[in-house]
Design a protein around this ligand. Structure first.
Ligand code: BGC
Length: 460
């Protein structure tokens, strides 16, 4: 076991190392926000045009679309002001088959438009044009809340003809190709933003959204005066950090292991989303598999005998990790299913490997989150900050170790975690609701300004 530990050493990140990582991320965030530095920034820090979190006066009926994993969802959401409740009236799930995930953009958006059509029929909503929020969980350069250009696909998607295009336009074109219904305004939302906004409705101190699922990312409320790429100095704007891209310029070279490099090389997007590939659900299982392969080749596991399953890419699912950490009985079952001949020592070693990989993921996330929380604290000139983070994603929810390990890097901040239920769907509705509230408020303000002007004229 001592030799095994030696092989796992590169995955163990000391507190000092995590602080170094956090400092690098802090610098990268500043680079991403800068007017002249953002083009080359690995951490993109994308403006979202979401300027406020909920205040509880939002209301109305909304449609929400949600694309980001292997499914596409449509929801009808009602925000009820009196009861302070956001209710999912109904929803529908459409699977996205792999040939569509890797097909053309036109096929993808036709599929989405068809799914939406079916839902509107079933809800008798085709006559009405409800305001719509679209949670699209990929990095987008937003020009306005309803204009959102895909920078690049991540996770399992790679549809042709979408990168560099406005997603709202592609959706509208697909709907027009059908011609059986129409939509009005669309607010584009990243899933982190949706999560922050839906948690923000329950807890108005929520100003950070974090996802640790198939992919990983976070957003937070930044001071407008620091968002150099968008005009205006007052108030705040939510920034989608796209921290998954951290390290894409080589800045994490010193902590990458040989296994991380293989995962990257064999992925559908080599060189992209370095940080994400060390953390999120799409990759953790594969890292474990590669480590197990290596230990077996070194005759430290399974008497040196690799099974066909273990040799095959992506057969070790990420969910096995938390199952194995839960108990040795699970480990034994999974190893048998993978066609391996194991003894008790093997099962223990496998559990150790799983623990090592998942705690690295948790510690890296904690370092990144600490960087954001501390930035908010410094922005506000506070000695101490109390804040709430809305969180979603299967890795966070299923992994017992994720949450407790989030605190150790932020001595000056107290972080409360709020697990989001259905955040990316409902959050899109909430973004739309907040945007409507702000528009209404500014209209009322203009009108009252107008009235004052009239009075001025009469007086003079
Ligand atoms: C995407 C982000 C998204 C995250 C979590 C990443 O791959 O780039 O936009 O928020 O996954 O779903």
């Amino acid at each position: 076991e001592v030799i095994v530990v030696k092989h796992l050493e590169p995955f163990r990140l000391s507190l000092e190392k995590l602080k170094v990582v956090s400092t690098r991320l802090r610098k990268d965030m500043i680079r991403g926000l800068g007017k002249h530095t953002h083009h080359r920034a690995a951490v993109k820090m994308l403006p979202t045009f979401v300027r406020a979190t909920p205040d509880g006066t939002e209301k109305g009926d909304f449609l929400a679309l949600d694309l980001g994993g292997t499914n596409f969802r449509v929801l009808h959401v009602r925000v009820m002001e009196e009861e302070q409740k956001m209710v999912k009236m109904d929803s529908q799930l459409c699977a996205i088959p792999q040939e569509i995930m890797l097909g053309t953009g036109e096929q993808l958006f036709d599929h989405i438009a068809a799914c939406l059509s079916e839902f509107l029929d079933s809800q008798n909503l085709k006559g009405q044009t409800l305001p719509m929020g679209f949670t699209f969980s990929f990095p987008c350069e937003q020009k306005e809340i309803d204009k959102s250009i895909l920078i690049r696909w991540t996770k399992g998607f790679n549809c042709s003809g979408v990168e560099g295009e406005d997603v709202v336009k592609l959706l509208k074109e697909a709907i027009h190709r059908r011609g059986d219904y129409d939509i009005s305004s669309v607010a584009m939302v990243n899933d982190t933003v949706g999560t922050m906004m839906s948690c923000g409705y329950r807890d108005q101190t929520c100003e950070i959204g974090m996802i640790i699922g198939t992919g990983t990312n976070a957003c937070y409320m930044e001071e407008m005066k620091n968002v150099k790429r968008v005009e205006g100095e007052d108030g705040q704007m939510c920034i989608n950090t796209e921290w998954g891209g951290f390290g894409d310029d080589g800045s994490l070279e010193d902590i990458l292991t040989e296994f991380d490099k293989v995962v990257d090389r064999t992925s559908i997007n080599p060189g992209v989303h370095t940080f994400e590939k060390m953390i999120s659900g799409m990759y953790l299982g594969e890292i474990v598999r590669l480590v197990l392969m290596k230990l077996t080749e070194k005759k430290l596991l399974f008497k040196g005998e690799v099974s066909e399953a273990l040799r095959t890419k992506e057969t070790f699912e990420t969910k096995f990790i938390s199952m194995i950490e839960d108990g040795l009985e699970n480990a034994k079952k999974i190893l048998t299913e993978l066609g391996l001949t194991w003894d008790l020592v093997d099962a223990r070693v496998v559990r150790l490997v799983c623990e090592t990989i998942s705690s690295r993921s948790a510690r890296l996330c904690a370092a990144a989150l600490a960087t954001i929380v501390d930035r908010i604290r410094v922005n506000r000139g506070l000695p101490h900050l109390k804040t709430t983070v809305g969180v979603d994603g299967t890795v966070y929810k299923k992994h017992p170790k994720m949450q407790p390990s989030m605190h150790f890097l932020t001595p000056d901040c107290k972080i409360k975690f709020l697990v989001s239920e259905d955040g990316s769907g409902k959050g899109a509705a909430m973004v739309t609701a907040v945007a409507q509230r702000l528009a209404l408020q500014s209209r009322l303000l203009e009108e009252s300004d107008g009235e004052e002007d009239e009075e001025e004229k009469v007086r003079s």
